[in-house]
Design a protein around this ligand. Structure first.
Ligand SMILES: [Zn+2]
Length: 315
């Protein structure tokens, strides 16, 4: 079984395995004078990353940098383990993420509370990264990839306040982490329609910041987006525009719905109904697997809306 595919401009998509779900999370390898990994997934994804490197005849010693868009565990949980195996690599992260990667005790506690008995299967181990191997990246920083190619970094909040995106000068693509939402690659492959909805998962959804991040991404005039969830889309500006329209639905309609119906199950069902109705309206066929994927996302989205509503109440 192959765990990777070559997309374009020496960018490889790597299969990560969040909760053993297939085709739901991707890491990326940029191969060149410098070899860069973007997103590690949680530690259970480690073996697929290593086996891909082996197949591509890239030794772990040849990895120069590992970038995580933010420190949520499905993006960065496996960074500590991978850094041990890639002895020359520097880990790049937003300044607010640094201390949690060098001392992951809080991340581990938080995840154990949420995932309980599933913690080991989904995340173990979460290992600390020595501080001297971590480099922080802020708005406007760049990483030289050699041969005239570079990645330019931007802060992009609205999903998490420690989130960065990377713009690749050669593909003119954005590695978007979670801030461009979730891209439904499966529906796209079948229908040609690039479908993406915003990701309002807990706990730092902020509609104003998210709007600003979508505007930032569109202002870069990207040719493609490399979504962590999941895959590459070429109609970059169109899909960003269409997804951005949904932000007020989450921040206003869903908040008002929840205030009348304070139940996670009901809010999840409400969001699910609206998203599926939208797809039907657009004549985009969905099958049972799509419905299940959407429901998985929409439950997380509902949890994030509830966290946001509770923050609004405290203000
Ligand atoms: Zn996230």
């Amino acid at each position: 079984m192959s765990f990777y595919k070559l997309l374009r401009n020496n960018i490889f998509q790597l299969a990560l395995v969040p909760g053993n779900l297939q085709n739901r999370a991707a890491g990326y390898l940029i191969r060149g004078p410098k070899n860069i990994l973007i997103e590690t997934g949680a530690s259970p994804s480690n073996s697929t990353i290593l086996s891909t490197l082996k197949t591509l005849e890239i030794s772990p010693e040849a990895i120069d940098a590992i970038i995580v868009t933010h420190i949520h565990l499905d993006h960065a949980g496996g960074a500590g383990l991978l850094m041990q195996q890639c002895p020359r690599a520097t880990l790049l992260v937003h300044p607010r993420g640094r201390k949690h990667l060098s001392d992951p005790a809080k991340l581990i506690d938080g995840a154990k509370q949420v995932y309980q008995d599933d913690f080991d299967r989904l995340f173990d181990p979460i290992l600390p990264i020595p501080e001297e191997r971590i480099q922080t990246i802020s708005d406007g920083d760049t990483l030289d990839l050699g041969g005239g190619r570079q990645l330019q970094f931007y802060e992009a909040f609205g999903h998490a306040r420690h989130h960065i995106i990377a713009f690749d000068s050669e593909s003119r693509g954005i590695f978007s982490g979670d801030i461009a939402g979730v891209f439904h690659d499966r529906i796209h492959d079948r229908t040609g329609q690039p479908i993406s909805f915003p990701n309002t998962a807990p706990t730092q959804f902020d509609p104003e910041e998210m709007n600003a991040s979508y505007d930032l991404m569109m202002s870069l005039q990207p040719q493609c987006i490399f979504y962590t969830h999941f895959g590459m889309v070429n109609q970059a500006v169109d899909v960003l525009k269409a997804a951005k329209v949904w932000i007020p639905f989450f921040s206003e309609t869903c908040v008002a719905y929840y205030q009348k119906n304070p139940s996670l199950d009901k809010l999840t069902a409400f969001i699910q109904k609206k998203t599926v109705a939208y797809l039907e309206n657009e004549n985009i066929p969905v099958d049972a697997v799509d419905i299940k994927n959407l429901e998985f996302d929409n439950r997380l989205n509902a949890q994030g809306i509830i966290a946001y509503e509770q923050r609004l109440q405290k203000k």
